[in-house]
Design a protein around this ligand. Sequence first.
Ligand SMILES: NC(=O)c1ccc[n+]([C@@H]2O[C@H](COP(=O)([O-])OP(=O)(O)OC[C@H]3O[C@@H](n4cnc5c(N)ncnc54)[C@H](OP(=O)(O)O)[C@@H]3O)[C@@H](O)[C@H]2O)c1
Length: 284
Amino acid sequence: MKILITGYKGMLGSDLVNILKNEDQHELILTDVEELDITNIEELREMFKKEKPEMIINVAAYTDVDGCETNRELAYNVNSIGPKNLAIVSNEIGAKLLHISTDYVFSGNNTIPYIEEDKTDPQSYYGLTKLQAEEFIKETMKNYFIIRTAWLYGINGKNFVKTMLNLAKDNLEISVVNDQRGSPTFTCDLASAICELIKTDKYGIYHVTNANDCTWYDFAKNIFELANIDVKVKAIATEKYPTPAKRPKYSVLSHEKWNNSGFKPLRNYKDALNDYIKLELINK
Ligand SMILES: NC(=O)c1ccc[n+]([C@@H]2O[C@H](COP(=O)([O-])OP(=O)(O)OC[C@H]3O[C@@H](n4cnc5c(N)ncnc54)[C@H](OP(=O)(O)O)[C@@H]3O)[C@@H](O)[C@H]2O)c1
């Protein structure tokens, strides 16, 4: 399949490219903002007409959740208008589109895992722009896949695991919030799931994360245990760690639809984290 990827230099994008290359059955057109700015529809139209990809995978986004609160125009353009442009132009050339969305489209007031049809109610501007993208895509085309995922970490990007490992270098005690619950997800595992999905015509929206859930505090404890680092982790409430953007208290995503559609369930987040930590420590 001829696949065009946007935002390929990012955390998810770089692992996706590695996995697609390993499959050795696709022709890849790799683009990031320097080669193809998704906010510019004419640029997209020109590239799509020239290259004629069959599949577009959009992993480009403005992912600084707090930054989105203040840089609203940029957030709207990249996270809402960019995917809308991609949907319009994909439709024009008859290509399929896979887009990545987020658990932050939900309010976080649930106590059981969110299913795809649950009411959305983003609490942050980032979440709102990502939800608008979903709406634009659904209105514009039929042959789309939207994956909502959460709490990503991977080798090529800033993430919570790296932040914790760095903090442990200079601190004997680290305070971490213990009242936000989600499912940490390794970008390599998500990339493999994307590769499975695009081989099908099972269009629609899916929740895809590693299995099981925890709070950021639990996650930090897991990281230090697996990395064999002796540091005290103190549980704190979100009020003690104020951020510009509000985060959902509970954003665990149900995998029922993914599993019932015949796709391989993703492994437990702790097993994935173990593999990631080994890679991080080797790279040090
Ligand atoms: N990270 C998470 O925890 C998380 C959780 C849930 C969902 N997601 C979603 O997962 C996807 C991948 O996230 P990620 O963490 O891998 O993102 P990332 O590392 O921030 O990568 C995004 C890439 O998109 C590029 N980009 C920015 N503006 C662009 C534009 N106008 N045109 C083309 N490319 C542009 C970025 O370039 P620059 O770096 O030069 O700006 C970067 O290379 C995103 O849709 C995100 O919303 C992420």
